[in-house]
Ligand binder design. Sequence first.
Ligand SMILES: [Zn+2]
Length: 104
Amino acid sequence: MHRLRSAPDLLTANLICDLLRHAGIEAEVHNANAQGGVGEIPVSEAWPQIWIADPGRAAEAAVLVDEFERRPADSGPERMCAACNEMSPQGFEFCWHCGAEFPE
Ligand SMILES: [Zn+2]
């Protein structure tokens, strides 16, 4: 197993896992229930982690995730986070990047 990266929330982690599986890369979410530990350990260490089964496909997987983060969805306009200026897909209630809540 190879730790690809962390995601700021479980929804994003699951989306990325689905994306990788659709591309034929075996992936799973680890650390999904660790967020209660925030305070004792760095926040990023408490985030859900995306692991892939085959380390040899890590570069390919990283490209897919980068594309996901750049062009997240074609289901509607993206929303720009007022806090960090990152774009999130339509339908996200929170910024995938910093977790800020979007106004209605
Ligand atoms: Zn943000």
